[in-house]
Design a protein around this ligand. Structure first.
Ligand SMILES: CC(C)(COP(=O)(O)OP(=O)(O)OC[C@H]1O[C@@H](n2cnc3c(N)ncnc32)[C@H](O)[C@@H]1OP(=O)(O)O)[C@@H](O)C(=O)NCCC(=O)NCCS
Length: 180
């Protein structure tokens, strides 16, 4: 299995549904993790988690534009500690726009270690340097203070509230590609 990206403490790699479903389930079966992600994010069985990973991989293959969601693996323990994603923001009908977002979900036991920021930084670099995106966005529910702090640590600029994506009101953060 080839690693997609690497940081000091983390490996970012593709999901392997057969092998990873149980560890993904630890993340998405936890209402504390899915609280700000919407009800549909809560997974109730390992089997449905496996199917969700399979469906996601198929979706990224269909899009075939370098976007996706990847497993964050802690090097020290080889445990999957979360998900990092870079994808097109959906409009209110769920259709992909031409705006791209970075996103992070960590299992509860791995909060407070800086992993979302570390994985977010390498994903931003990938978006700017490999996908040549001019701007990368993050959208966060106004009450999700932990996620807002991640955008701050990444140097993303607060733009204000928006209704353009997901059919709900969200706070928008942006980072421009570094100047050549
Ligand atoms: C959003 C979420 C990923 C943030 O997790 P987090 O652990 O707070 O963020 P980071 O991984 O960047 O870690 C930063 C924290 O680790 C601490 N930390 C410890 N060691 C660190 C290190 N080496 N480097 C950076 N920060 C470190 C920081 O002080 C900070 O804690 P603080 O906010 O209490 O000051 C997490 O709360 C989560 O998964 N929530 C559920 C899913 C979700 O809502 N996702 C966002 C949707 S928009």
């Amino acid at each position: 299995m080839t690693n997609f990206l690497e940081t000091e403490r983390l490996i970012i790699r593709s999901w392997i549904p057969e092998r990873d479903a149980e560890q993904a389930f630890v993340i998405y079966n936890d209402p504390e993790v899915t609280h700000f992600l919407g009800k549909a994010s809560l997974v109730t069985s390992v089997e449905s988690q496996r199917q969700r990973l399979i469906d996601n991989i198929e979706q990224w293959h269909r899009r075939n534009n370098g976007t996706g969601s990847w497993a964050i693996v802690e090097k020290e323990t080889t445990t999957i500690v979360g998900t990092i994603l870079l994808k097109q923001l959906p409009d209110k009908d769920g259709l992909p726009t031409q705006d791209y977002e970075v996103g992070w979900h960590l299992r509860r036991a791995s909060w407070g270690k800086g992993y979302a920021t570390e994985a977010g930084q390498v994903m931003l670099n990938y978006g700017f340097n490999v996908l040549n995106l001019p701007v990368i966005n993050a959208v966060v529910k106004p009450e999700n203070h932990a996620s807002i702090r991640v955008t701050e640590r990444l140097g993303m600029k607060p733009i204000g509230r928006t209704n353009k994506y997901y059919g709900i009101e969200l706070l928008l953060f942006q980072l421009d590609a570094p100047e050549e």
